[in-house]
Design a protein. Structure first.
Lengths: 301, 400
């Protein structure tokens, strides 16, 4: 089989692009699972909501406020959408999720799965499932750069850099700062942490906010590349769960590195044997679970 | 005494003829089922817009046929053959539906047409394109009305081959329709002396085409043929632009709404084959504007065909004096279709409705004077050339 190096390199770049997405999404899941022990099935829905906040902010905000020229720019959406989605997450956590920490994981999973279906259903009612185009891609990121072996769209390059920066920023926050140590202590031993005068329920709410906001951010970053559709979350969430399982449930660095690696692997498989591309991640998952049931970076229970 | 008897006789005769009038329409209502994609990748080509088109046809017909009301019901076939077939079965068996129209997906259309053949109910396919519907899978109660993959391939591939674009690579939606479209185009390209260098199949409703597009680019083919439709087509063209792909990108099945979604900037110069676009002549404009006023969007060829075929069906019911499927089918075949959609259109014994097709080109942004002013006519392809001749048909119903 003769495959030019150029093809391999360009598919690897695309793989890295997908991998950065997987990393950003699985990171949020890993944070929520690692700190709260909640399997957040609504993650895909929050990702979709993030994209919709950006879309609605650009296309409809002006109309709603009675000033047609007012639009939420892409840069503003990068900040606003995660906050809006995060606050929605806070409402969910305060009113529902909070009551389920003491019971089996399964209840949290069922609740978040149900929420995902509700969000998706509501948006399907009002928007075309085929997707709406998001036209707010900033001028500076139009066009492509010549990487020597391919033309790579500037926007995709930007999305890789942004995702990776955010991923490592969050890792640093949780593993290396004082706030992070509180968060981890709150999961390890909530009673002792509370005895030190730290407000554990507030920490938990913050953690859910953080995880969900990451999903919202991923949604904004995805909006200019793919069309914004109510089903965009459920299409992606299965792969992202596989990434988290392979990386080790709850491992922050595991989620980031596995996301990147699997994106790359998927890209390369598209060169060598395209029909396998959709399944390769699940094959890896099965093999990893046989070999290391806690995942590559997980702690053995 | 005699006068009274006469009166009585008149009343009885009147009552009898009334009863006789009620007989020919099953269930005292003509029910038309629009089975379509309400929420998936093809929803914008048919979907709610197809239901609106059928409702317009019923309203324009007068709401009643042979004195009985006409009712429209609709359902989402979700692009799944088993769901579509089950819905059609339920409609025919328990809801008294007389005719099913639209069907946006070839897999679904083949399954539903089979149910129709089994239950002796008329099935009119407008959304789906596979030529299997009028060949191996043909049905005495099936009509393939708007277009098919043969006519698309013939029109578009012939035009491009004439420009010297003779090496092709396909991006194909991986199911009955995409495969049929790729196969028909490959045949046309081969007959005209061109070459197909390869192709890649993608799942229906994909979001990321970048990897497939790069493979197409590396193949060195002059033309990248997109044997997909709707959202898939739009995403593929957008991403090709994003990656600066220089080859000629050609959509083998393109709808007016797709061009609108892409914008003229991205789509300009693209040639494709269609059965209807609103700006062809006074009649097509009249229908287009009426539909636009009602729905807020110009009709796609599928939605226009739903209107036209529903009208043709209702006229046939009226002419036959019954909604009995055999009688109505005979009338539908015997009567040529003359409206804004087709001139002298004819339904053949294999179920194919033969009419002219149009090769159109997307205008440059500076040529367009309004939002829907997007296409210009390149040439009209006469029906006999546009569709596969009966002589080559694999349909067992065709007498040779």
């Amino acid at each position: 089989m003769d495959i030019p190096l150029q093809a391999i390199l360009s598919q690897a770049m695309l793989g890295l692009n997908n991998g950065a997405f997987y990393a950003l999404l699985s990171l949020g899941l890993a944070v929520i699972f690692g700190m709260l022990n909640v399997v957040n099935f609504a993650h895909g829905a929050f990702y979709m909501l993030g994209a919709f906040v950006a879309l609605l902010g650009y296309d409809y905000l002006g109309q709603w406020l009675g000033n047609a020229d007012m639009r939420l720019s892409f840069w503003a959406a990068l900040l606003v959408a995660p906050i809006v989605v995060g606050l929605l997450g806070v409402i969910v956590e305060k009113t529902m999720l909070q009551r389920l920490y003491k019971v089996d994981h399964l209840y949290g999973l069922l609740l978040t799965f149900g929420l995902a279906l509700i969000f998706e259903g509501v948006f399907t009612n009002y928007f075309n499932v085929a997707g709406e185009p998001y036209n707010a891609k900033p001028e500076v990121l139009e066009g492509a750069v010549n990487l020597g072996f391919m033309f790579f769209p500037k926007y995709r390059l930007f999305s890789i850099v942004l995702s990776l920066t955010v991923c490592f920023g969050v890792w640093y926050l949780i593993e290396r700062t004082r706030l992070g140590s509180y968060l981890r202590a709150g999961t390890e031993n909530p009673d002792v942490t509370r005895a030190f005068g730290i407000d554990v329920p507030k920490l938990r709410t913050f953690t859910y906010f953080l995880g969900v906001a990451l999903a919202g951010l991923a949604g904004v970053v995805a909006a200019p590349i793919y069309s914004v559709s109510p089903k965009m979350g459920s299409d992606l969430i299965i792969i992202v769960f596989a990434v988290v399982v392979i990386g080790g449930m709850g491992s922050i660095m595991g989620a980031i590195l596995t996301g990147l690696a699997l994106g790359l692997l998927e890209g390369l498989v598209k060169v060598f044997y395209p029909p396998l591309a959709n399944t390769v991640i699940f094959i890896v998952m099965a093999l990893v679970l046989l070999w290391r049931p806690a995942g590559l970076f997980g702690k053995e229970a | 005494m005699q006068a009274r008897f006469k009166h009585l006789a008149l009343v009885v005769a009147g009552a009898l003829s009334g009863a006789a009038m009620a007989g020919p329409i099953s269930g005292d209502v003509v029910k038309i089922g629009i089975l379509t994609d309400m929420s998936g990748v093809y929803a914008s080509l048919g979907g709610k817009g197809s239901v609106a088109a059928a409702q317009m046809a019923v309203a324009d017909f007068g709401g009643k046929v042979l004195g009985k009301p006409i009712e429209i019901v609709s359902a989402d076939h979700q692009n799944k053959a088993d769901i579509g077939a089950a819905k059609a079965r339920e409609w025919f068996d328990t809801q008294g539906v007389d005719m099913v129209n639209d069907l946006l997906n070839s897999g679904v259309a083949i399954a539903v047409q089979k149910v129709g053949a089994e239950k002796k109910k008329i099935v009119i396919v407008n959304g789906a394109g596979s030529t299997a519907l009028t060949n191996k899978e043909c049905s005495p109660y099936g009509v393939h009305y708007a277009y098919d993959t043969y006519s698309l391939a013939k029109g578009t591939a012939t035009a491009l081959m004439k420009q010297g674009l003779d090496s092709w690579y396909f991006l194909t939606a991986d199911y009955a329709f995409g495969q049929s479209l790729e196969a028909e185009t490959t045949k046309v390209v081969g007959v005209l002396g061109g070459k197909v260098l390869g192709g890649v199949k993608h799942p229906l409703s994909s979001t990321d085409f970048s990897s497939y597009l790069l493979q197409a680019q590396n193949s060195g083919a002059k033309v990248i043929g997109l044997a997909n439709a709707g959202g898939d087509f739009v995403n593929a063209v957008k991403q090709a632009k994003e990656f600066g792909i220089k080859q000629t990108l050609v959509g083998l099945l393109v709808f007016d709404t797709d061009v609108k979604a892409l914008g003229l900037n991205a789509a300009q110069g693209m040639k494709f084959t269609t059965a209807y676009t609103w700006d062809l002549n006074a009649e097509t404009r009249a229908f287009g504007n009426k539909y636009l006023a009602k729905t807020g969007s110009m009709p796609t060829m599928v939605q226009a065909a739903v209107y036209s075929s529903t009208m043709h069906y209702l006229n046939a019911v009226k002419a036959a004096g019954t909604d009995d499927p055999d009688a109505v089918m005979k009338k539908m075949r015997d009567t040529p279709i003359n409206d804004f959609f087709a001139k002298n259109g004819k339904i053949r014994e294999d179920g194919r409705m033969v009419h002219d097709m149009y090769l159109v080109e997307v205008k440059k942004p500076n040529e367009s004077r309004s939002v829907w002013d997007m296409l210009k006519l390149v040439s009209t392809i006469p029906g006999e050339q546009a569709f596969k001749p009966l002589a080559g048909s694999e349909c067992p119903l065709v007498k040779k």
